[in-house]
Each structure stands twice: as structure tokens, then as C-alpha cells.
Design a protein around this ligand. Structure first.
Ligand SMILES: [Zn+2]
Length: 346
């Protein structure tokens, strides 16, 4: 599938609505993401103060009827505990795009909620209160059925009390790891399901997409029942091999994905930065750019934000940085990705 690529880049001195085929004007060279584990910063997921789902977010109208909320009740301070990176600390964006998407897996919830929690998408930190997130959280009631997102083989089913999948044990609780049959560019792709109340498959078992593999819970470092889903590439046990799941599972019917880069005047990623997406359904959606250098981007896109499940319609992606407001008009296409580059002049 071909990718739409749009650019509002001051370095190209082009109209904001001009469609660009490449971003070759980004002259920075790619610096590989550090493969070692990050310092065991967070996530003290045991004591952040959590605010409710933001009111400015309007979910797509295709939202299934689901009412459970993800509002863990904890208190103390709202002082962020995770500092943002400085742009200079982040890897440089790749120069090239590959006009190829890989939205080929299914969704992990049989019924219930398949939308990620908005404050804690991939690379986000719940406003600095939690560790940079290397998956998506789907808030669902305990016991909700979780299914295989593709055909594959169970390579792990159990808890992580002694087996290490994150930066520490007793982090994911009961988890399942599937090795998926559909590879990408000959590279092995894995799906990791965490915080389950129970696992219903055994190591070595073959599964078909849609098979029930476990049930939602709050085991490990979870504050409330939800499914934490990760996509990993090449190495199922490497915490730094994750990729943004919203670029791998299929958007819900009638919806598509916007992904992109928010850059400063030097062409560096701006971390932890609000991106607004205003659409013709009057909805204002938002996402924050990846918070620090411990969030691997896509190998094709080298993005620093993704927002999926937006219904087909006209939208405007907007970024405000140091008083400079730039925007890009886009059209969301079902089952496809629109890629946007917004570069500020400050
Ligand atoms: Zn999570």
C-alpha cells in the first residue's frame, strides 16, 4: 500500500498544502536508536496522580459501546517525574521514507474497547508522570477476552517473576508473547500481551488470528484492568525492540492513521510536544510526540507521533512551538497512513 506523504517544511520553502514525495531536504543523517536498556527510570506506576481522560479528545464515532474508564485512583503530587529529552539528545530523523505500510495485523480485543488510552499512547508519559510507554493500553473490564492479532506460535505464556521481558521483573505480570507468521521484510514480528488475569495458551501452541489467548487483568505493574499490547521486532525479549502498535494493527473499519514528525528549525525531533488534529466532525484529537530517546520509531517512517482510528474525513494537523503555529491539511483514508512533516522555524 502506498503512503501519502505531506510536508509543511520551511526548509523547502513550499506551500503548506503542497504534497511532497520525499523529505530529502532533511540533511541530518540517521543515528541508530540505542539498543541497550534505558536507565530504570520510572515507572513507579504505583503512585502517580492520574487525571481523567482529557475532555478535548473526541473519539471517532465508530467507538464501540464501551463505558469502562481507565482512571486509577492514586494521589500524591502531579509533579512530573520523567524529564523530557532535549532535541539534541534524540536520534536524528531518517532522510528517507519507504512508501510501504504494514497495517496487517488484527485487533487484540474480541469484544469491548480496542482504542488506546489517550494519555498514554506509545512514547507518551501521562504528562511526565509515568515511564515512556512502549505499547498501547486498551482499558477493558477484567476477564475480557484477548485474541491473537495474527496467526502464529506462542513463545511465552506465564508471568515475568523470573523471566525478563522489560527493564525489571514483575512488570508485565501474566503475559503472552506470540511469534507472528506474517513477517515484515524477512524480519520476525512479535506481539506481547501484558497484565493478563489468565493466560489460556501454552508455549509452543499454534494460534490462528482471532483465537482467544487470555483474559484482561491487572497483574504486574498495572493500576487498573487493561490490556497492554506491544509489537516487537527481531528480538522478543528486548525491551528496546518495540515499535508503535498503531502502525501494525489494522485501523478499525472506515478509519485510517496519521503519523509524522514534529521538528524544530534544525530538523531535530521536538519531544513531548502536543500535536492537535482537528477534523470535519468537529472533533479535536491530540497526541504527544515521543517523550525521550527510549522510544524506537518505525524503521520506515522515523516518526515521532502516531494517531490511529480516525474516520475518513478532512483533518488539519497543527503544532505550536515557541509561538510558531504551523499546520497541514490532510485527508484520512481508510486502512492507510497519511504521513505529515511539520517543521517549525524556531
Ligand atoms: Zn501499558
Amino acid at each position: 500500500m502506498m503512503l501519502q506523504i505531506l510536508c509543511a517544511c520551511n526548509y523547502q520553502d513550499q506551500d503548506k498544502n503542497t504534497v511532497a514525495n520525499t523529505d530529502t531536504a532533511i540533511t541530518a543523517t540517521f543515528v541508530a536508536y540505542q539498543k541497550t536498556l534505558p536507565p530504570p527510570l520510572p515507572p513507579q506506576r504505583t503512585s502517580p496522580t492520574i487525571t481523567p481522560i482529557p475532555t478535548e479528545t473526541k473519539e471517532p464515532t465508530l467507538t464501540p459501546t464501551y463505558t469502562a474508564t481507565y482512571t486509577p485512583t492514586v494521589t500524591p503530587t502531579r509533579t512530573p517525574i520523567v524529564p523530557k529529552a532535549h532535541p539534541e539528545q534524540l536520534p536524528l530523523p531518517r532522510q528517507d521514507f519507504a512508501n510501504e505500510t504494514h497495517l496487517f495485523y488484527g485487533r487484540p480485543m474480541l469484544e469491548g474497547n480496542n482504542y488506546p488510552v489517550s494519555h498514554y499512547r506509545y512514547g507518551m508519559t501521562w504528562d511526565g508522570l509515568l515511564a515512556p510507554h512502549l505499547g498501547v493500553d486498551l482499558a477493558n473490564d477484567k476477564g475480557s477476552m484477548v485474541v491473537a492479532i495474527g496467526n502464529g506460535t506462542v513463545i511465552y505464556s506465564g508471568n515475568d517473576d523470573t523471566e525478563l521481558f522489560g527493564f525489571r521483573n514483575e512488570f508485565y505480570g501474566n503475559l503472552i508473547v506470540l511469534s507472528l507468521d506474517q513477517k515484515w521484510n524477512d524480519r520476525q514480528v512479535y506481539a506481547l500481551y501484558a497484565h493478563l488475569s489468565e493466560t489460556d495458551v501454552k508455549i509452543g501452541q499454534k494460534v490462528t488470528q482471532g483465537d482467544i489467548v487470555g483474559k484482561v487483568g491487572e497483574s504486574g505493574a498495572a493500576l487498573a484492568p487493561h490490556l497492554h499490547l506491544e509489537i516487537r521486532i527481531d528480538d522478543a525479549r528486548n525491551y528496546m525492540s518495540t515499535r508503535n502498535p498503531e502502525l501494525w494493527y489494522s485501523p478499525l473499519p472506515g478509519t485510517g492513521v496519521v503519523a509524522g514528525r514534529i521538528l524544530d528549525k534544525n530538523g531535530l525531533f521536538i519531544p513531548g510536544h502536543m500535536v492537535k488534529i482537528t477534523c470535519t466532525d468537529q472533533g479535536v484529537r491530540w497526541v504527544q510526540t515521543y517523550w525521550n530517546q527510549w522510544t524506537p520509531p518505525d524503521d520506515n517512517l522515523s516518526e515521532n507521533f502516531v494517531f490511529s482510528d480516525i474516520p475518513e474525513m478532512q483533518c488539519t494537523v497543527e503544532s505550536e512551538y515557541a509561538g510558531d503555529i504551523i499546520s497541514q491539511s490532510i485527508y484520512i483514508k481508510p486502512q492507510d497512513i497519511v504521513f505529515v512533516v511539520l517543521q517549525h522555524s524556531f
